[in-house]
Design a protein around this ligand. Structure first.
Ligand SMILES: Cc1ncc(COP(=O)(O)O)c(C=O)c1O
Length: 394
């Protein structure tokens, strides 16, 4: 076994979930998904494909009709993108891995804006890359990127800059000014940008999508955009995503897809085609519902004593701090064991998240969030676990 693999950290979210093993009464908000099932017409499109016998291998880059539909969808939100720059992938996380395989070799330097979903930083390590973390800074619950720090961290020696905005877990979102500045700097250093934009439609600003590199970059820029059907279309279990790559990169990417998964399942792609056909009618109501979830949760958390929280401009997570909590993992386990409340420890997203907690507010019913809030209030009123209790939980 390679050292890089042996040294990978296990998931701290799983560790909290394991503390709830065998308990029926825990309300889980730890994973990044809604408890709502995929729309019936999307499920029917996939079922029809299977009934029609579409059970064979397909093109590496995806069904041409789906690539075209994705290109049209992307173009409706950002600058026009030709389908020859779009590849369908078997999940967003696989899209990220393909982008990393395309760009990162042993010893290559990757700068990642953090805290961030741990898969982004684990993948370059798996491939032998070196990851430098560029921390966002939190002030009164609001997370910001210091552009001077970015310019200092990304040098001509930096192969890839990894950015995830809207960010999991903080909800931090880039402005167009920041995107332009990052683009200008990376053009000067020759650094590739891998931009994970899977939460772009879960954006609570005035526009229908969060600011994207695809609003500003040209087809010649070294920018790879990672996308997923999971979040905006409630399709986490379908495992489908896509990549937008610059001109000239598709032949290499097609080979990589061949050697990874060969192609995404056709029936899953048929479901995705239906999801995109219904996007205009489905995504905006979903976004509004998530905004209601966000406002309910953040408003109520902010009223609890000792909680530092701010409404995130994008994504589907409340990222907050409870006064006196030093170790997120210990406190998250305490919440599970003593209060039946399942949250993700902020430290799962890196040291920058230590002391913080992540609560996924994507809930079918607002009532489920209210039930969770009752438990959070009880936990806050009960006070922090004593040293003895904490050591048992460790
Ligand atoms: C930031 C980020 N990127 C990518 C993904 C991958 O999504 P999927 O593999 O479900 O398409 C996730 C999932 O939680 C995520 O949070």
């Amino acid at each position: 076994m390679r050292d890089q693999i042996q040294l990978l950290s296990g998931s701290l979210i799983r560790e909290v979930a394991n503390a709830a093993m065998g308990r029926e009464d825990v309300l889980p908000f730890w994973f990044g998904e809604s408890d709502e099932v995929t729309a019936p017409e999307v499920r029917e499109a996939a079922a029809r494909s299977l009934r029609d016998g579409e059970t064979f291998y397909a093109h590496n880059l995806g069904l041409p009709a789906l690539r075209q539909a994705i290109a049209d969808y992307v173009g409706s939100l950002h600058r026009p993108v030709g389908m020859e720059r779009v590849a369908v992938t078997s999940s967003g996380v696989s899209a990220l891995m393909l982008a990393t395989q395309m760009l990162v070799g042993p010893g290559d330097e990757v700068v990642a804006v953090t805290p961030v979903w741990p898969n982004l930083t684990a993948q370059p390590l798996i491939l032998g890359g070196r990851v430098t973390r560029l921390p966002l800074r939190a002030r009164q619950g609001v997370w910001r990127l210091d552009m001077d720090e970015l310019r200092a961290a990304v040098t001509p020696a930096t192969r890839v800059l990894l950015v995830n905005a809207p960010n999991n877990p903080t909800g931090w979102t880039l402005t167009h000014g920041e995107i332009q500045a990052i683009l200008d700097h990376c053009r000067a250093t020759g650094t590739w940008i891998v931009s994970d934009e899977v939460y772009e439609r879960l954006y609570y600003g005035a526009a229908s999508a969060a600011p994207s590199f695809l609003d500003l970059c040209t087809p010649q820029d070294r920018v790879v955009v990672v996308q997923s059907f999971s979040k905006s279309f409630l399709m986490t279990g379908w495992r489908l995503g896509w990549l937008v790559v610059p001109d000239g990169a598709m032949d290499a990417l097609g080979k990589l897809i061949e050697f990874n998964s060969s192609c995404a399942p056709v029936f899953v792609q048929r479901g995705a085609l239906q999801a995109l056909a219904g996007a205009v009618a489905s995504v905006e109501p979903l976004r509004r519902h998530f905004q209601d979830c966000r406002d309910l949760l953040i408003g109520a958390l902010a009223r609890l004593p000792g909680i530092e929280v701010h409404a995130p401009p994008g994504g589907m997570y409340a990222f907050f701090r409870v006064a006196g909590v030093g170790d997120s993992l210990t406190y998250a386990k305490h919440l599970v064991v003593h209060h039946g409340l399942g949250l993700a420890p902020g430290s799962a997203f890196g040291d920058e998240g230590q002391g913080w907690l992540r609560w996924c507010f994507a809930s079918r019913e607002l009532q489920r969030l209210e039930q969770g809030l009752v438990r959070m209030r009880q936990a806050v009123e009960a006070g922090l676990p004593g040293a003895a209790a904490a050591s048992v939980l460790r």
